[in-house]
Structures are given as structure tokens and as C-alpha cells.
Design a protein around this ligand. Sequence first.
Ligand code: PLP
Length: 430
Amino acid sequence: MYYYSLNRQSPDVDFKEATIRGQAPDKGLYFPVQLPKLSQSFINQLGKMNKNELAYEIMQPYVGNTIEKKALRQIVEEAVDFSFPLVHINDQVSALELFHGPTLAFKDVGARFMSRCLGYFSKDQHKKNTVLVATSGDTGGAVANGFLGVEAVEVIILYPSGKVSPVQELQLTTCGQNITALEIKGSFDDCQAMVKDAFMDTDLQQRLQLTSANSINVARWLPQQLYYFFAWQQWSDKEHPPVISVPSGNFGNICAGLLARYAGLPVKSFIAACNINDTVTQYLKTGIHTARPTVPTLSNAMDVGNPSNLIRIMELFEKEGLAVSTVLKSAAVTDEETLQCINQVYKAYGYLMDPHGAVAYKALEKTLPDDSKGIILETAHPIKFPDTVKTATGQEPEIPDAILPLFSAKKKSLVMEASFASLKEWLLNK
Ligand SMILES: *Cc1c(COP(=O)(O)O)cnc(C)c1O
């Protein structure tokens, strides 16, 4: 399998090179040259396949011959090594819980897959890979945990001081080993700008093999389609495929779902659920895309003003020769609606959602026809957003046993000014 740059100014590369580079030299996103299609008999058997077997079969065509069979089997098994339950909320809506991984957010799947691929590819390289990532919360934790102990890969995470939740900060700063947390005296946008500058800097490029770990990287993006298959395995009404509502920021998660549908997975349609950073909602309504500065909201992992994966979504529809509106709809949800929704769903059905899941629920409610049934992706555990959940319901979410050890671990971060010069100096001298 080869990947081309969506800017079409760089040569095609295989999965290994796409993973190591992250982005093409012409700054385009990589996209698969041939999109795999599944046979009808494969689709019919899906319900009976075990999770690991299914994950291997889906991922193998994308990886091609860059990873040997036995190693790839192990990589996919470790990437999906937790449960993905489809939980009934009421007769119309179920939640696909994607927060049973080690950092309680869906990004665990992509981060674990990517880290293991990069570790595999690093074995025969002279230069260490350095993963550089800016986070507003969830990405950093998943990347830190996913890459912890992976040989020949060093991970540096920039996060805005005082602007991530306590659980998120502990997840970022307590790993140690090959993970370093840089606590930046600035905003998330400052962190992101510093990382962008680092990728453009020729001195750094010569000295370090820098890689990104956001959904621009194919190794993080592609495995996210797996749990859409796991949802279908648990969907009982096979005659009527679900509408799936995906809380969207950079649109990597929903783009992976669209890829699964393209391959043949039965899905009636997708809802891109957005908070008031709704440039895509507006685009789907008016056909005009205007990037906007981000506005902070309660569902802060979706505070994105110019989603990077939109271009992949457009490419996918163009390949299929299908109007976007036939499969993809969108709705925007305010913070006030998010709080109300958390409260109402908790009161009426006893189901506690995090703010991102609540945006998905509300967007589904706004768009779902009466005779249809839908799935929301619950992308994070409510404990990651305790203040919002408490404001909405008057109750603090229970702390899951899995993260109790975090609270006795010691925070270790390196405080840094929000300037690229500081980052560069530190990177060159460490
Ligand atoms: C990252 C994130 C999202 C947004 O996912 P995208 O792939 O960027 O659209 C939604 N919810 C949570 C909890 C996240 O961490």
C-alpha cells in the first residue's frame, strides 16, 4: 500500500515512511492510494470474528509488507487490548464507550498502535525518533502512555500550564522514562505554534528525526476505524444500520469512521457533532469553509478552528463520487446545551456522560429522524472533566480504580517560557 500527499507535490511513500514522516515534505496529509474494500462474505461474518482477528484483517492492507505478520498481529492486539462496550442508554440511543483504555480516552487506540509501529520501524534506524506533540489535554496523556517504554523513541509533550484538568496533568507528568513533559507558561495555541516552528526548523531537522503524533499521522488515524467495526458486532438490529454521532475536533475520528463505511461497514449516516467551533457545520450547510480562531468551550478537546482532517474527508467523497450530504451531516452544540444534556440524560436514564459525549448526544437528538436509531461515541470518561460534570449534575463522577495509582505518583515537568527559542535551545542541548 502506498500513500500520496494531498498537496500532490511529494513522492508516494509506503506505510513505514508515512509513519516516520507524519506529514509529507510538501506539508500535505498522506492518503492511501487504494482504499480497501471488504467482501460481502467478510461483512456477513463480522459478528462472529474475534476482536484481534478482525483488527488484524482490517489493518493489514494499510500496512502492506512494512511489518511482518507476527509483529503486526501483536501490535493490533496491544492496540485494542481493552473493552469497547456498546451501552444501551434508551430505545433510540446507545453509547459506544471508548474510554476503557489506560488513559480513559479514545486516543489510546491510535496512540498505542502508532507507538508500536514507530518502535518497530526504529529498530533498523540510526537516529532515534523524537515525537513532539502539543496537547490541550487528551492527546498528550494517550501519547505518553502509549509510547512509555517503547525503545528508540523519545517523546516530548508540551502542555499549557494550569489549563489541563488534574487527571490529565498527572497522566502527562508521571510517566518518566522516555517521556518528558514541558509545562509551557502560555496557552495551547502557544504550545502548538512552538511545535509547528520546530517542524519547520532546519537545525532541528538535521539533528533530530522529528515526528508528530496527532491524527495527521496515518498510524494514529487509521486504527481508529477498528471500533466502528466493534460497534457493528454488538449492534442487534442488523436490518437497520445505525446513525453514528462523533464528537469532532480535528475530524480524525469521524474520518476513520467514514473510511470504515467506504470499505463496506453498514452505517446509515454520520453526524459530525461540534461545539461552537463549528466551521465544518457551517461548511456543510453553506459550502463555504472559513477557518476561525478557536473559542474555548467545555468540550475542550474539540476546540479546533481549522480541522486538519477535513481535506481527507473531501478526498474520500470525491473518490466515491458521492455528495457529502448523503452520508455526513453536522450539528453544533453550545456549552449551555452540553450542561443541560449531561443533566437530562443522567436524570432520565442514569447514564453519566462527559462533555464530549454530551455534544454527540445533543447533536444526534437534533438530527435523528424519529424512526432511526443511533450511536454516540463516548470519547472520554467523565472523570476527566469532573468540574463540568459536577456543575451539570451536582455530583462528582466516581474515580475508576484503574487511575487510582496516578494520585500517589509524583508530578515531574520542566517549566518553560512560551517561546520557540527556549524550546530549540533545550532540544539541541539535552
Ligand atoms: C481528541 C478528542 C476529540 C476529537 O477527536 P478528533 O479526532 O480530533 O475529531 C473528541 N473527544 C475527546 C475526548 C478527545 O480527546
